[in-house]
Design a protein around this ligand. Structure first.
Ligand code: TRP
Length: 365
């Protein structure tokens, strides 16, 4: 492996990613994407396209998964994630992740995995009943490997992913204790320093961990049909926001309660003009001749202002040759990702007494 992989003096690392089961929406933006864009220079960033995970619930839809994978890359670039500064990682081209999944699976009790609250919520939300695949709960262990293969300090995610990160932290501690002799009482931030292969990474939740959908009820989620997508046109944004129920029925001259009006959640989240936010909130509360359409118009403007530069960046990838450009980014990222992940796997196997010789030559490469 190249010597540039392990740079003690280099930047700390980030690993996070998305499952390609649909386009990204405003909830993803405030939950995680915004942090990714912001931290790209401070951290060495690895952004994962978790296409293997997409197969855990849709193994019979390979072409949708492929298209969605390319679409996520377009979303990422649109949002300002930059493949020249960060590494885009296609999960199925990084075999070390799958190998680490096996090793970590042996360190996590079966019942611990099955009690993972994020898995339980997903089983309910996606109506998976008890017919889900064996691979479905395994993805939670896989996610530990996704993360640890890059030995990152930080994992920027929405609040729904925190249970997974907690499990990943347990897997890291366990590995370091069992195979590297790290004292179970050691402080988490010392695990690597004490000879552990893995750091104990932290979750970083975005400024809005859970954004309500346009239904005003549930978390914004593609499958609930309550999402404003980053790739929506100005017209679609307008239509979706205008269709929102403002939580109460009132006339423009009647006092209202912004706290039960989800349109105000969006105003607070997306409108940068503090004076305008305060004015609308005040007039709404007092019933000072302020119709709901007025508040919605401010939200529509703010959201479109956020999405406009994304539309411009996306357009560059949508013309002829756009798919080829996306695939080139994926290929270049895989090379960088494998350098890092193979290095980690070698360290892990070494700690486990699984060092029998040169991997490349044994693979016949
Ligand atoms: N499960 C995450 C989601 O659905 C995607 C994901 C897969 C991920 N592996 C990861 C996120 C590792 C953070 C770190 O959003």
């Amino acid at each position: 492996m190249g010597s540039t992989v392990d740079q003690p003096a280099g930047r700390p690392r980030i690993l996070t990613g998305d499952t390609p089961t649909g386009r990204l929406h405003l909830g993803h933006y405030v939950g995680s994407l915004e942090n990714r864009v912001r931290l790209q220079d401070e951290y060495e960033c690895y952004f994962l396209l978790a296409n293997m995970h997409a197969f855990t619930t849709r193994a019979d839809k390979p072409s949708e998964i492929r298209e969605s994978t390319l679409e996520i890359v377009r979303d990422w670039i649109a949002v300002g994630m930059d493949p020249n500064r960060s590494t885009f990682v296609l999960q199925t081209e990084v075999p070390a992740i799958a190998e680490l999944t096996w090793f970590l699976a042996m360190l996590l009790p079966f019942n611990r995995v099955m009690r993972n609250p994020t898995l339980k919520t997903e089983i309910d939300a996606k109506d998976l009943g008890d017919t889900y695949s064996f691979g479905f709960p395994m993805y939670a262990v896989g996610q530990c490997a996704d993360i640890l293969a890059f030995r990152p300090q930080l994992v920027p995610v929405g609040v729904d992913q925190v249970a997974h990160i907690e499990m990943c932290r347990e897997a890291a501690r366990r590995f370091d204790q069992v195979y590297c002799g790290v004292d179970p009482h050691a402080e988490e931030e010392d695990y690597e320093k004490l000879g552990g292969v893995f750091p104990v990474p932290s979750a970083l939740v975005g400024r809005v961990g859970r954004l309500v959908g346009t239904d005003g009820q549930h978390k914004m989620s593609k499958s609930l049909n309550n999402s404003v997508f980053l790739s929506d046109t100005p017209k679609q944004v307008k239509k979706k926001i205008n269709s929102m129920y403002p939580g109460q029925s009132r006339e423009p001259d009647q006092p209202g309660d912004p706290a039960i009006n989800p349109v105000f959640d969006y105003l607070d989240t997306f409108c940068k003009d503090e004076a305008l936010r305060a004015e609308l909130r005040d007039r709404y509360t007092r019933g000072d001749n302020l119709g709901d359409g007025h508040v919605k118009a401010a939200v529509i403007d703010s959201v479109n202002e956020l999405l406009e530069p994304m539309r411009a960046r996306r357009a560059e990838l949508e013309g002829p040759g756009g798919d080829d450009a996306v695939i080139d980014i994926i290929k270049a990222g895989a090379v960088k990702a494998n350098a890092q992940a193979e290095h980690t796997l070698a360290l892990a196997k070494d700690a486990m007494g699984l060092n029998f010789g040169d991997r490349r030559s044994m693979l016949g490469l």
